[in-house]
Design a protein around this ligand. Structure first.
Ligand code: SAM
Ligand code: SF4
Length: 317
């Protein structure tokens, strides 16, 4: 359906949990999250009803996210049921990859067509630093498991953090020559709890172009990334710039949090609760939230933090 600014809303990101087995510094607090009660979270049936309601309003693409979606016990069942809903043409999952060795095949068989795997660094010590507890080898094993499971597309997402991983841009980009993987560089967004990062951390995606002068421009694929490729590469390189050059005019997405709040804009505090509503109630509420989607998210930088009112693990990215 069209929002008040003529944007066709076809894409819903569904966060199935705010829990995670990592603690990335830009995403969530070190001591985890204040666990909500079970009763406050959407049940599997409510998630499926919400997707049915969204599909009736023109949502065709879902991204299952979190927290870490693969720590959710019933993740395969949620994906399988969502994939069977009429109108849903594509289900993608965004994950830190560490649980893909066990779950890549079941997810593919459940109807997930694409996975995005977060990987900010190829250095084990830096990986442990940025995730506060993670093992790089587990994420790498997850990437190999995804490559072996037959997904239509696999993307790696690196959040660019000035002074942390800008020196690894060439090495991360090089992966697209060795493997059939797309690499996405995403600007660090100043979320509520990203106080670890000073102004020097917020670098524009265009540094990738400075570091890789051999990049050639590629036709856009309908997503928000500006696309390039290295000569002879198997996959593309994309720059996603929510901070330096926002793409609000083309934004076609809404977000559903694990506790049932619809967020028409990632960086706005406005939320519309679906918890406890039946199918018709959800259709009405989703319609209302789409009509109230703001035209843009306002200035974002080290001094102007997100007005989302939640950390990223409680939204889903
Ligand atoms: N746990 C999964 C993962 O890490 O891919 C899915 C959830 S995570 C919140 C989704 C995406 O948001 C990840 O690619 C992550 O790197 C990104 N993200 C989290 N905090 C961010 C921030 N402050 N700025 C930019 N991207 C962020
Ligand atoms: Fe967990 Fe993903 Fe957030 Fe890292 S970015 S803490 S893996 S939810």
């Amino acid at each position: 359906m069209l929002d008040s600014f003529g944007r066709n809303i076809t894409y819903m990101r569904v966060s199935v949990t705010d829990l995670c087995n990592l603690r990335c510094r830009y995403c969530m607090p070190e001591d985890g999250v204040c666990k909500k009660t079970h009763a406050e979270m959407l049940t599997e049936d409510e998630i499926i009803t919400a997707v049915q309601a969204a599909a009736s309003l023109g949502i065709t693409k879902l991204r299952i996210t979190g927290g870490e979606p693969l720590v959710k016990k019933n993740i395969v069942s949620i994906c399988r049921r969502a994939a069977q809903i009429p109108g849903i043409r594509e289900i993608c999952v965004t994950t830190n990859g560490t649980l893909l060795p066990e779950l890549a095949k079941p997810l593919r068989e459940a109807g997930v067509s694409r996975v995005n795997i977060s990987l900010d660094t190829l250095d084990a010590q830096k990986y442990r630093y940025i995730t506060r507890c993670g093992e790089l080898s587990q994420a790498v094993d997850g990437i190999h498991a995804a490559l072996g499971a037959g997904f239509e597309k696999i993307k790696l997402n690196a959040v660019l953090v000035g002074g942390f991983n800008d020196d690894e841009i060439p090495a991360l980009a090089e992966l697209t020559r060795r493997y059939p993987l797309d690499m996405r560089f995403i600007e660090l967004m100043p979320m509520v709890d990203s106080g670890d990062f000073g102004p020097e951390a917020f670098i524009p995606c265009t540094v990738v172009l400075d570091k890789l002068p051999e990049l050639q421009s590629v036709e856009p694929d309908g997503g928000v990334a500006r696309l390039y490729s290295l000569p002879g590469a198997k996959g593309s390189i994309g720059l996603i710039s929510p901070v330096s050059a926002h793409f609000c005019k083309e934004c076609n997405r809404i977000r559903l949090t694990a506790d049932g709040k619809l967020k028409p804009c990632l960086h706005s505090a406005d939320e519309y609760s679906l918890k406890g509503l039946d199918y018709d109630g959800m259709v009405d509420m989703i319609r209302r939230s789409i009509l109230c989607k703001p035209s843009w998210h306002g200035t974002l930088d080290a001094a102007n933090r997100s007005r989302a009112g939640r950390d990223m693990n409680q939204i889903g990215g």
